[in-house]
Write a protein that binds this ligand. Structure first.
Ligand code: TPP
Ligand code: MG
Length: 604
């Protein structure tokens, strides 16, 4: 049977097929996975993909992909989500027919909103009703299964025959990877997986199906942008998802320096966009800076309206924070990923110069055009140097205030969040580290040095709890062999949704350093309760009902231990923090094992 052997490609990195001939449909499916160099397949098992399961293990040798066993489909997808953000390429999350897909749906929604490529695969059927077992095969088969998640995946498919599988998967892979990226879902009929291969099944040369080159902005639009930015009195840059491409960070630094323009990350903290040590980084003074802008450049801002407005969270009123005459430029791809079901496209912002382009190629071009326009300009008389100094002052003032906050170890009988954040920083700062989840509600950004794009991966995207454990394990898998310390700042409420990810961490020896940000509360909700009570003049003391996670207090260290992992805590005293984190870090580095430190602290 002729099987073409794929070479390296810009879709995959190496491409490897099994040396054996496919006997069953699912063997061919695994060959397709291998041709695209898929490293892992995370799943909770299920009979609808038992064919693929068997082929991964017995035909593919449990390598490329290798099985990552999970206790919940939400974990499988979150692992693939975190992996893709850390690695830039996707892995597979396999989910059992209707039931696994329903469990997975929250995590798929997170990946969708976060614009991250995840290959969600499932099984179904048999679609041939004569071949179904009574009851179970009927309740677990849908027409069409993809309908369940169609509104928040870029594409879904159910190949009709084995001969359709390779093309379907290549299309899925490419669709997920093409900007704006996102999850896809492909469902395989049990019959296709379990049937014998009778004729020729060809593996296409994956080199010829690669992701298209990123698309550039229209030249005249970029020139207009350069003109506005170079002539501005006070240009401000707002970045959001731009940093998903690490190269873009370098270009943004150059643009900010050329223009002497302040840079703000949106408060969504979606990606690493700009080094927080740079004097032009003024995130934290957003309102003060935005108000002064006469020209704003947005870079892949998902919610530009939100980023430029102030919101009263209780009254639910947003007011524009910029003047009517402020010119807004936005380089983005948002309009290419609009769906009607969820309104994750956000409020429609007023933009004077919208540019639909991939920032990874538009930014360097914009830098070149700005430089060209500024040729011969005297930075002293142009006011640029003065602006840079002003920004530097703001930058330094902010950091000074934040450092002072970290000097208070205990308040109201609890460790303060900034103090704990600082102690952890002091412990890990000489390591090559990456923060794979969490950020202590921005205290990491305020107190740690983030100067390399891989150091921060952003948040869940869809605001759905249950993300942190899976995503951090996936990102740690992606960092395997890098020697990098992978740190997860894990909030307690989010953890409890997917706590059984501890089993996956233990079983697969995934060496993440997890710090439990234990405020013994779904505090975000408690805070809403407090605000609600205040605005209605009702007792704030009741805000803990239905929100606090006390009585019993969860003993997270013992939870970790019960999965055979190393755990320490609860840590409640200032002098205990550093030694505990040091010990955990040693454990992670030396034993290459997951370790958890439970630190009880103030809510915020
Ligand atoms: C799946 C899901 N259920 C409920 C919520 C509502 N919610 C938003 S934040 C939050 C509390 C989160 O608690 P935790 O992870 O401990 O973080 P904290 O706010 O305490 O720092 C809740 C319940 C949600 N976002 N997602
Ligand atoms: Mg909490």
């Amino acid at each position: 049977m002729p099987v073409s052997s794929p070479q390296s490609t810009n879709i995959s990195t190496s491409g490897e097929t099994s040396s054996r001939q496919p006997e069953f449909g699912s063997d061919h499916i695994v060959d397709v996975f291998k041709s695209l160099d898929i490293e892992y397949a995370a799943f909770n098992p299920g009979a609808t993909f038992r064919g693929i399961h068997d082929s991964i293990v017995n035909y593919g040798g449990n390598k490329k992909p290798e099985v990552i066993e999970c206790c919940h489909e939400e974990i499988s997808v979150a692992i693939a989500h975190g992996y893709a953000k850390a690695n830039g390429k996707p892995m597979i999350a396999l989910v059992h027919n209707i039931v696994g897909l329903q469990h997975a749906s929250m995590a798929i929604f997170n990946a969708w909103c976060d614009r991250v490529p995840v290959l969600v695969l499932g099984g179904t059927g048999p679609m041939d009703t004569m071949k179904r077992r009574p009851w179970i095969d009927w309740i677990h088969t849908a027409l069409v299964q993809g309908n369940l998640v169609r509104d928040f995946v870029k594409w879904d498919d159910q190949p009709h025959a084995l001969s359709n599988v390779a093309e379907s998967f290549l299309r899925g892979y490419r669709t997920a990877m093409t900007e704006p990226q996102g999850p896809i879902y492909i469902c395989y009929d049990a019959e296709i997986q379990e049937g014998r291969v009778t004729g020729d099944v060809l593996l296409p040369d994956v080199n010829r199906y690669s992701v298209a080159a990123p698309f550039q902005a229209e030249q005249r639009a970029l020139e207009k942008a350069a003109e506005l930015l170079t002539q501005a009195r006070f240009p401000v840059i707002v970045a959001d998802l731009m940093g998903r491409n690490p190269e873009s960070v370098r270009h943004l630094v150059e643009l900010a320096e050329v223009l002497c323009a302040p840079v703000i990350d949106t408060d969504k903290r979606n990606r690493f966009n700009f080094p927080n040590t740079h004097p032009l980084d003024v995130s934290g003074a957003d309102q003060e800076i935005i108000k002064r802008a006469d020209v704003i450049l947005g870079l892949d801002v998902q919610d530009l309206f939100g980023a430029l407005s102030t919101t009263d969270r209780v009254a639910r009123i947003a007011r524009m924070g910029i003047g009517k005459e402020t010119q807004v430029i936005h380089i983005h791809l948002n309009d290419l990923i609009v769906r009607s079901w969820s309104t994750d496209y956000q409020r429609l912002p007023a933009v004077d110069l919208p540019i639909l382009a991939d920032t990874s190629v538009a930014l360097p071009e914009l830098v070149a055009l700005c430089k060209e326009k500024m040729k011969g300009e005297n930075p002293k008389t142009s006011g640029r140097l003065q602006r840079r100094e002003e920004c530097t002052e703001i930058h330094n003032r902010l950091r000074q205030t934040w450092a002072e906050a970290a000097a208070t170890p205990v308040r109201n009988g609890r460790l303060t969040v900034p103090f704990v954040a600082k102690e952890i920083w002091e412990t890990i700062k000489s390591e090559d580290w990456t923060l794979v989840n969490g950020d202590f509600n921005s205290w990491v950004r305020r107190l740690w040095v983030l100067d390399k794009p891989y150091q921060y991966l952003g948040r869940a995207g869809g605001g759905g709890l249950g993300y942190g454990m899976g995503a951090s394990l996936g990102a740690t898998l992606a960092n395997k062999g890098s020697g990098r310390l992978c740190v997860n700042i894990q909030s307690d409420g989010d953890f409890l949704f997917t706590a059984s990810a501890l089993w996956t961490a233990a079983h697969h020896r995934i060496p993440t350093l997890a710090i439990m940000y234990n405020n013994r509360s779904y505090y975000n909700s408690e805070e809403h309760g407090i605000n609600m009570a205040r605005s209605r003049q009702r007792p704030v003391e009741n805000a803990g009902i239905g929100t606090q996670i006390t009585g019993p207090d969860v003993d997270f260290a013992t939870m970790a231990k019960s999965y055979g992992l190393w755990g320490k805590g609860p840590i409640t005293r200032p002098e205990e923090v550093r030694p505990a984190v040091q010990e955990a870090m040693r454990r992670v580095k030396e034993q290459q094992e997951f370790a958890l430190v439970d630190i009880v602290m103030e809510p915020r």
